[in-house]
Design a binder for this molecule. Structure first.
Ligand code: NAD
Length: 377
């Protein structure tokens, strides 16, 4: 099969998410790294792209140059990944979709609900793929959890409890570090800090495994370090359209917690627990029985978990391979084999609507607020 041509914007040397995309996109030989505008400093970006094997004439200084040039090529890229800071996602994603490119955008997809709605409309109009990197949903054991819920193995789901809480911004003496400070500054980060950064992964996961949509939220936001305008800790209660009760805690000041992402799903016939720091295992408690450990790679997994288990049972698979699973599904979709489990622009929009709803709720001491995007009400 011919490799698809892949381009990347952002994710330059030293960035947090750049390496995971490169490992993920290139892991299965489905894509070749054809074009890039990797850094906000044009020369640095060009030079780093060349060291990664991108040819000189496709190692661009900025994304506008990349768009103009790629749009004219017969061998234009088949997919662009947008891995720049949040405030640039909307304009880059919009411009590439309108020019007819498939896009994988980092989360959050946009900074406002209106922008999110615009992206959904444009993606529908141009008929191109627009997906958002909710990569945790591509771990095999998360796919197993979703399939078990869909298959009725837990019965009706009553309750989902999820946390995405770490302690990496918990040092008050480091709060002025520019790499930390912008996250709590509304001019740079928008209306929400920690909830928009990490909480939306947990909320997406609740929808993904619970196979349901968030309808209303009630939030309590706190800024625990002096000088921070936006929240570094949030507790968000939510209700889903089928009546599932949701509880979500997200924090960046929970010192001692490292990645700190976990989810528990409680149904009338049993419960599941998945922890991102032990991603190869899913804990399953059937009512009246002991807790079992379901392992990635074992026999009799649901198909979607089985096909995404890469190496032999008990050999760890990690974050880059979860990102690789997103790229596997993107390649399948571009090649005409639509994968239902890929996150969509609508998911990106729902996240942003939930962020705005939670922000409003927190300002009104936890009043319940409609979290559905206006276009889906
Ligand atoms: N899906 C996930 O699990 C996950 C994890 C981490 C980060 N992210 C998201 O990825 C995005 C990037 O986060 P990060 O932590 O890697 O940031 P970072 O600050 O570590 O890196 C950002 C990179 O983008 C480059 N850049 C900035 N503006 C640019 C522009 N206009 N054109 C080209 N390049 C530009 C910078 O030079 C840098 O290389 C954010 O939106 C973040 O929310 C997602």
């Amino acid at each position: 099969m011919t490799k698809l041509r892949w381009g990347m914007i952002g994710g330059g040397e030293g960035s947090q998410i750049g390496p995971a995309h490169r490992l993920g996109a290139l892991a299965d030989g489905l894509f070749e790294f054809s074009a890039a505008a990797l850094d906000h400093r044009p020369d640095v970006g060009r030079s780093y792209a060349k060291t990664l094997g991108v040819s000189e004439n496709r190692a661009y200084g900025d994304w506008n140059e990349m768009l103009t040039s790629e749009a004219k090529r017969d061998d234009r890229i088949d997919l662009v990944t947008v891995a720049t800071p949040n405030s640039t996602h909307f304009e880059i994603t919009k411009a590439f979709l309108e020019a007819g490119f498939n896009v994988l955008c980092e989360k959050p997809m946009t900074m406002t609900v209106e922008e999110g709605e615009e992206i959904v409309k444009i993606a529908n109009k141009v008929g191109k793929l627009c997906t958002v990197n909710y990569c945790y949903s591509a771990y095999p054991m998360v796919r197993q959890a979703r399939a078990m819920v869909q298959n009725g193995e837990l019965g009706k789901i009553r309750l989902i409890v999820t946390n995405f809480s770490h302690g990496h911004h918990g040092d008050a003496d480091d709060a002025d570090n520019p790499r930390v400070r912008w996250r709590y500054d509304p001019k740079m980060a928008g209306v929400s800090g920690q909830f928009a950064d990490c909480g939306i992964h947990a909320l997406h996961m609740a929808s993904f495994i619970g196979n349901d949509e968030v309808e209303v939220v009630s939030a309590d936001f706190a800024s625990t370090i002096q000088g921070r305008e936006l929240e570094d800790d949030a507790m968000v209660n939510f209700r889903m359209s089928s009546g599932i009760v949701g509880r979500l805690w997200t924090s960046s000041v929970a010192i001692g917690r490292q990645h700190g992402f976990d989810i528990q799903v409680f149904g009338e016939k049993g419960g599941l627990k998945w922890i991102s720091e032990q991603p190869n295992q899913l804990l399953y408690s059937k009512i009246g029985n002991r807790t079992e450990i379901i392992e990635k790679g074992e026999n009799n997994l649901h198909d979607d978990a089985s096909r995404l288990s890469r190496v032999a049972i008990a050999h760890p698979e990690g974050f880059p391979l979860a990102v690789a699973n997103i790229y596997v599904d993107i390649a399948a979709t571009i090649n005409g084999d639509v994968r239902a489990n890929l996150p969509t622009a609508a998911d990106g929009l729902r996240s942003m609507a939930a962020v705005y709803a939670a922000t409003q709720s927190a300002r009104k001491t936890g009043k319940w607020v409609d979290a559905r995007p206006p276009m889906f009400r």
